[in-house]
Design a protein around this ligand. Structure first.
Ligand SMILES: [Zn+2]
Length: 353
């Protein structure tokens, strides 16, 4: 007998608190990788509001929900288009992960994206676009490309790639990730430096299914896995003072960057810039770093940041997912690798009330 999950809005208090904390979270979008085919990563960065659910009470929910049965309201540059979950997910998976990736990685991405979308529809409730469940801006929701954009992006490979992405979505029809009877925050990122970050490392809020785990991708798998940002001493000082006017930069440059502490996954937790305590994620936003798995060198002329991996580091690593798929792991094995303690449910198992 199928387990029936009851999602009520009151259940979402836990998620609500998390979302509110997310709103003061990662200051930069992990998307926008200069490499054209690099994946981006979802961040849920808005505060929630209460409004009625898109999918209202369904008297007989069993087998009621498949991707084609759910309408998602998608804001593209402020214009709201209603489309099926299936069509939306094809556009998300295509925008978020290179179509050249292994099919099991693409399936894992489809399930993560479906789960994140359900979370937005049922629990999160955007204040930025209250009339839409999601938008196509990866700094707010998940990246999404419509068919015209995909034809332009893929050119002659369009036919092959759209078939592959559609297969990844359709073969996982309706599957989502559940923790304690609710769709999880299935956040993801491009690549990690050896291990993923726990949610509390980025958002100061600990979720049991977003804990740090090992991630197998290496420089051999990931373009620009290790990269650096060089900032002149004057620009460095100016940037810090813009955010922290109390910072002081003495002649002795060894005192400009001090007291670096690291999280359990090896990312910068805090440091002092000009004597002022700054968190790793804020540092990342200030200087546009690809990750907080960073080292910093203050030289005679420049400050050089060297980073490993790309994105906030929480949840599924997309390049890690592809590396696991290459090792023969299935999409379900990939998902339970990155989202600890979750179970799989079909949308048809969910009743909204
Ligand atoms: Zn959005």
């Amino acid at each position: 007998m199928k387990k029936v999950l009851i999602i009520s809005l009151t259940l979402s208090i836990f998620a609500l608190a998390f979302s509110m904390l997310m709103s003061v979270s990662d200051p930069i979008a992990p998307g926008g990788d200069p490499a054209a085919e690099s994946p981006s990563a979802a961040t849920a960065s808005e505060a929630p509001v209460s409004s009625s659910p898109t999918v209202s009470a369904v008297p007989n929910a069993e087998y009621a929900f498949h991707d084609d049965d759910i309408t998602v309201r998608v804001s593209e540059g402020g214009i709201i288009n209603n489309m099926s979950m299936r069509d939306y997910l094809i556009g998300v998976v295509a925008a978020e992960m290179p179509a050249s990736f292994e099919i099991e990685a693409l399936r894992a991405q489809a399930v993560a994206a479906r789960t994140e979308t359900l979370y937005h529809i049922l629990i999160f409730k955007s204040v930025t676009h209250p009339d839409a469940d999601v938008c196509s801006d990866p700094t707010c929701c998940q990246a999404y490309k419509n068919d015209g954009e995909l034809r332009e992006k893929w050119g002659p490979a369009y036919g092959e790639y759209i078939e592959k992405i559609t297969e990844a979505v359709q073969s996982t029809d309706g599957e989502c990730l559940i923790y304690e009877n609710a769709p999880i925050q299935a956040v993801f990122h491009s690549s990690s430096a050896g291990q993923t970050a726990g949610s509390q490392e980025v958002w100061k809020f600990s979720l049991p299914y977003l804990v740090s785990v090992l991630s197998p991708e290496t420089a051999a798998d990931v373009p620009n896995y290790v990269s650096s940002v060089t900032v002149s001493l004057s620009d460095f000082k100016e940037t810090v003072l813009k955010f922290y006017p109390d910072a002081v930069f003495p002649k002795d440059k060894a005192k400009w960057v001090t007291d670096i502490t690291y999280t359990g996954s090896g990312r910068i937790m805090t440091l002092r810039l000009g004597g002022v305590v700054v968190s790793g994620p804020v540092l990342r936003g200030m200087f546009g770093l690809r990750s907080t798995a960073a080292s910093i060198k203050v030289g005679d002329k420049n400050v050089i940041f060297t980073t490993t991996g790309y994105g906030h580091g929480v949840g599924m690593s997309q390049y890690g997912a592809n590396a696991l798929a290459n090792q023969g792991k299935s999409y379900r094995e990939i998902l339970t690798w990155y989202y600890s303690g979750v179970t799989f449910a079909d949308e048809k198992d969910i009743i909204i009330n």
